[in-house]
Write a new protein. Structure first.
Length: 586
């Protein structure tokens, strides 16, 4: 991402190329000698892409995420033992100042897709842009601990120094962000500031102008139809397999945009895409029938384990334009009632075909060490919901059977989710129907995903939604509480994102305190004990009404190779490296 290597050589007196990163053969099901080069890996997207800009994208599977390989950064985790190992770093860091300072040597010889060297300047500029709140990066909160900034400075062209305001169990993860090109973004930021950055790399940008640090870069994009990525040949100069071949093996990776999950399944069954994120029993049954009939040559492994995601409903506490709803949504009795209305078993049976689990906390079920019996659970109980609403003054119903307040105003709100996600649409319908049984009117309206994300991430005292049904994924197995979700002020602390970013109640304050306390605790047992307190506070606050998590199922077309060994599969690491890094066509 940085400048030419010639000056660095004169300054440092070292070789221009460090040893490449060799992808461990011990992780992979096939011997590297079996891998072929060339071909196309075909995936799908449920919604049209919004931007090519890595600093303004918010989707988990955005094109910048795929291009950079989501895990690309200074360090990645070893799926055999969860330890961090050097990736874009040349070695593990030198640690000092009581575990708060990390000096890191960058692997030399890395290049962007335009052939420019990746050096320290690229991390510095990337860090600056992520931490400029006017840019609005989704990663902004990752670079602060308890309101205090992490800092990074360049010691020389291939050496970085990170300083943390406190010890952090998640330090390696926080330092492992993908670098983007200083020679592209730096001049714009210097001349036009945050506004200039936000105007860059829109979805209609010429693909030839996009510069990537990862295995892929843009080839073409047709709005509403298809995105095509091509191999960054420079990436393979420093990332090899065990046989010395450059990665990725593939020439192309394409993403077909489908209108909904049913269309995605149809595309998979017809062989148009190579993988499918099955979540329902009916999906699995259709895939199995196609395989058994010989119509689809694919592998299907159901119920690998719990999924690293969950669905939830969030109510907007920042509705200064509607004082009645703001008061309602901020009342914990209302949120408890909504949790009692959520018929999670019906959701599992009807929307997930029996393949899922109830969820009451923001820590996904795959992180077993952070699941606690002490977490409060407000389970499905319509009588309990009615009692809580009665306590709030909703004791009478109108002629349509809906609860009304003393002024005769109906207890109602609008609930939205992303259209095309048939599972979430079913979850919303089940919630709406159960709410009606107790007299709550839910106006359930699926909308475009990008519109929904814009509403969810809006800040201020009068944000533009009532309630949203969505899901989150990601996190890590070191401290699996979202840095931008749990603490007040985080951009995905989605129930309360006021202009001043402040907490509104004692539980929020406690959650924020415990989040940073746990992150600062290096002992695993002690950190899990703090996690138990945090989960209890989260369950009492009910900022998010967590619903259900799907099980993790793996299915892929047999034309693909390059999976992890079967014993390494789980929803955290997946069944193959992200973005098809070691995928090959047999």
């Amino acid at each position: 991402m940085k400048k030419a290597l010639t000056l660095t050589l004169a300054l440092m007196g070292t070789s221009a190329f460090a040893a490449p990163f060799v992808y461990p053969a011990a992780w992979m099901a096939q011997n590297p000698s079996e891998a072929k080069t060339g071909g196309e890996y075909r995936i799908m997207s449920l919604s049209d892409y919004k931007t090519l800009n890595p600093f303004t994208s918010t989707e988990a599977d955005s094109l910048p995420t795929i291009m950079s390989w989501n895990e690309a950064g200074l360090y990645i985790q070893d799926p055999t033992n969860d330890k961090f190992i050097p990736y874009m770093a040349d070695a593990l860091p030198t640690v000092s100042n009581g575990g708060k300072r990390f000096v890191i040597k960058i692997r030399q010889g890395m290049k962007f897709s335009d052939g420019q060297a990746i050096t320290a300047d690229d991390w510095i500029t990337t860090f600056k842009l992520h931490t400029d709140d006017k840019v609005g990066s989704n990663s902004y909160d990752n670079f602060f601990l308890n309101g205090k900034p992490i800092t990074v400075k360049k010691l020389d062209n291939y050496t970085l120094q990170f300083d943390f305001p406190q010890v952090s169990a998640s330090a390696y993860g926080r330092m492992s962000f993908a670098p983007w090109p200083d020679h592209v973004f730096g001049p714009v930021y210097a001349s036009k500031g945050a506004d200039g950055i936000k105007a860059m790399w829109g979805i209609s940008a010429n693909p030839s102008t996009i510069v990537s640090p990862g295995p892929w870069t843009m080839s073409s994009y047709q709005a509403g139809q298809r995105a095509v990525l091509k191999k960054n040949t420079y990436y393979g100069e420093w990332v090899k397999d065990g046989a010395g071949k450059a990665l990725p093996y593939l020439n192309t990776m394409s993403s077909t945009i489908v209108k909904d999950l049913n269309a995605g399944l149809a595309a998979y069954l017809s062989g148009q895409i190579d993988t499918f994120g099955a979540s329902k029993a009916d999906d699995l049954a259709q895939i199995k029938r196609a395989i058994d009939a010989g119509n689809l040559k694919a592998t299907l492994t159901p119920n690998v384990g719990p999924q690293s995601t969950s669905s939830w409903i969030v109510f907007n506490w920042n509705k200064s334009g509607d004082a009645t709803k703001q008061k309602l949504f901020r009342d914990v009795r209302f949120r408890q009632a909504m949790s009692h209305i959520a018929n999670r078993q019906a959701m599992i049976q009807l929307a997930l075909g029996g393949l899922g689990s109830e969820v009451y906390t923001g820590v996904y079920p795959v992180f077993k060490n952070y699941q606690y019996a002490s977490t409060p659970t407000f389970k499905y109980n319509l009588a309990a919901a009615t009692k809580l609403l009665n306590q709030m003054g909703y004791t009478k119903k109108n002629s349509d059977g809906y609860l009304v307040d003393r002024a005769g105003k109906v207890l109602e709100f609008t609930l939205t989710t992303n259209s095309g996600n048939t599972v979430r649409e079913q979850l919303g319908q089940i919630f709406r129907d159960e709410a009606k049984k107790v007299g709550v009117k839910v106006n359930f309206t699926p909308v475009d995903f990008n519109t929904l994300v814009g509403q969810l991430t809006a800040k201020g005292d009068n944000r533009p939604f009532d309630a949203i049904l969505l899901g989150l994924s990601g996190g890590d197995n070191i401290w699996p509480y979202g840095s931008n979700v749990v603490p007040c002020g985080g951009n995905l602390h989605a129930y309360n994102v006021p202009t001043d970013g402040k907490c509104l109640n004692a539980q929020e304050n406690l959650m924020t305190k415990l989040y940073y306390q746990g992150d600062q605790t290096l002992d695993d047992t002690a950190r899990r004990a703090i996690g138990e307190q945090l989960s209890k506070a989260e369950g009492q606050n009910l900022g998010f009404i967590y619903l259900v998590a799907t099980n993790y199922h793996v299915t892929y077309n047999n034309r693909l190779g390059g999976e992890y060994k079967r014993n390494l599969w789980d929803s955290y690491y997946g069944s193959r490296p992200y973005a098809g890094l070691t995928t090959f066509i047999k």
